[in-house]
Design a protein around this ligand. Structure first.
Ligand SMILES: [Cu+2]
Length: 502
């Protein structure tokens, strides 16, 4: 409705101007052409000055009015270390160009007024003036040099790569029509190799080389999580066409070009929560985040940093948005803990897994983490009873007490555990399933727990802290009717003898 009214007013204004010019044309004919022309010139000249004043006032007022909605001003100050510098470069440039803007606009309209055509006035012939040439070449050259040098200094700082030993989180953003895949390096802190020929939709979307160990713990995150005040290096790539990795609040912007590696290093300095507090008292952020829903939170409460694609890359371009969360180191660590390696959750054990049958470093590390998680929990528990823990990754050759090669990692975890808690005494308990003769099962379980005991004593654990017991078919944890259940029942446990420890 408002737009319609404005349109009508504009149409009416045009009609009025046409009518006035018709009237002055007619009056001109009556009064004589020359006088009429002089009057028209005077009128136009005055309008020029009026327009200049209104135009300059509108420029300044609108800039002040919209200040808080523009990046770099009010609550939208930079949320990264280098962003503050970039904003200052923009402000310095705006200061000089602002002066030039006001002066040139003033002169343009003022001269149009002053030198309007008047009877008897002749134009001055002016061919050349050296001083003027010096002034209007020299001053802009000086100002430009200053701006360029200042800009270059900041550019070199902003675009500097990380040093070899710097503490940095490296992540990778791959743009494609129409989303971003954000890859994190996992606990090893290193991103694995990629090869575009390995890309397979649904199986290996990024073309990660699964024979590269660094890939085994990499994960693809659905949001960008970053700890505050920690340097981040983003590898920026694209799979199909040109995209642009744009984090407006952090002043990060870089083209993502297929086949050309690019990067951006930045340090977020304001957490999402802190940024919301910045917006809390600002008038532009008080409306409902969803105008249709009166229960929805205010805009400032619903605020999130976001990643956008700043390249018109196709019809779904607008949907290339991802939420960015900047959190404390503790929250970041907790989030990391929950993320699942793409390889281990989607590829491991499938027919296209090139590492079938191999125990991987990442799995050994996981075994260790799991082992200590359980052991530490058991040791800090206030439970008076003895606590039994299953050694999940110890296996024997079929029907014998020979430990398989890969069992050594779990055994080494146990050695480390007993070294960490040096006052603990344990019982090593061997169990079998119910297949075969019960007495030979009992014998086998005894031999197996003894094999574990021997391994421990060979690695310096005092035999006085260890007891090996074979329980045979006793105490099944699962039904012996299924192969899976029997597999679970064939096991080695160790019991922390609470009452004997100090
Ligand atoms: Cu895009």
């Amino acid at each position: 409705m408002t737009a319609l009214i404005i349109l009508l007013i504009l149409v009416l204004l045009v009609v009025i101007v046409i009518q006035i010019s018709k009237v002055s044309e007619l009056s001109g004919k009556i009064r004589g052409e020359e006088v009429a022309e002089q009057q028209a010139n005077n009128r136009t000249a005055v309008w020029m000055v009026v327009f200049m004043v209104l135009f300059l006032i509108a420029s300044v007022v609108s800039a002040i009015y919209y200040k808080d909605l523009m990046l770099g001003y009010g609550p939208l100050g930079a949320a990264s270390l280098h962003g503050v510098q970039l904003d200052s470069v923009f402000n310095v440039t705006l200061f000089f160009t602002g002066i030039v803007f006001v002066v040139t606009q003033f002169l343009l309209f003022w001269y149009a007024y002053k030198y309007r055509k008047q009877k008897g006035r002749k134009a001055l012939f002016f061919s050349h003036d050296n001083t003027l040439e010096y002034v209007w070449t020299g001053i802009p050259a000086l100002v430009m040099t200053f701006l360029v040098v200042k800009g270059l200094v900041v550019w070199n700082e902003v675009m500097a790569d990380v040093g070899p030993d710097e503490d940095v989180i490296e992540i990778e953003a791959t743009g494609y029509q129409f989303a971003w895949d954000i890859r994190y390096p996992g606990p090893d802190g290193l991103l694995g190799e990629r090869d575009y020929t390995l890309i397979k939709q649904g199986i290996n979307p990024l073309g990660q080389n699964w024979e590269d160990e660094k890939n085994h713990d990499d994960f693809i995150a659905d949001q960008i999580y970053l700890p505050v005040n920690k340097k981040v290096r983003v590898r920026i790539t694209a799979k199909d066409v040109l995209h642009n990795f744009y984090l407006p609040h952090f002043r990060v912007k870089m083209d993502a070009v297929p086949g050309i590696p690019a990067y951006f290093v930045f340090t977020p300095t304001v957490t999402t929560e802190e940024f919301r507090t910045r917006l809390k008292d600002n008038i532009n952020w008080q409306d409902l985040s969803d105008p249709e829903d009166p229960e929805s939170p205010a805009k400032w409460e619903a605020f999130d940093y976001e990643l956008a694609c700043a390249e018109l890359c196709g019809i779904g371009h607008y949907s290339m948005k991802k939420i960015v969360k900047v959190v404390s180191q503790e929250e970041y660590d907790a989030w990391l803990e929950q993320q699942k390696s793409y390889y281990l959750s989607q590829v491991r054990g499938k027919e296209y897994d090139p590492n079938l049958g191999k125990l991987l470093k990442v799995e050994i590390a996981q075994q260790k983490r799991d082992f200590f998680k359980e052991l530490d929990a058991a040791m800090s528990s206030t439970e008076e009873e003895d606590i039994s823990l299953r050694l999940k990754n110890i296996n024997f050759e079929t029907g014998s007490a020979n430990l398989t090669k890969n069992s050594r990692y779990e055994l080494d975890n146990l050695v480390a555990g007993l070294t960490k808690y040096k006052d603990v005494e344990i019982e090593i308990a061997g169990y079998t399933d119910n297949q075969g003769d019960p007495s030979s099962n009992l014998e086998l379980s005894k031999n197996r727990s003894n094999a574990v005991l021997n391994y421990l004593t060979e690695r310096g654990i005092s035999a006085s802290r260890l007891t090996a017991v074979g329980y045979g078919e006793a105490n099944p944890t699962e039904s012996n009717d299924t192969p899976e259940g029997r597999k679970m029942n064939r096991r080695i446990e160790f019991k922390i003898l609470k009452n004997k420890s100090i």
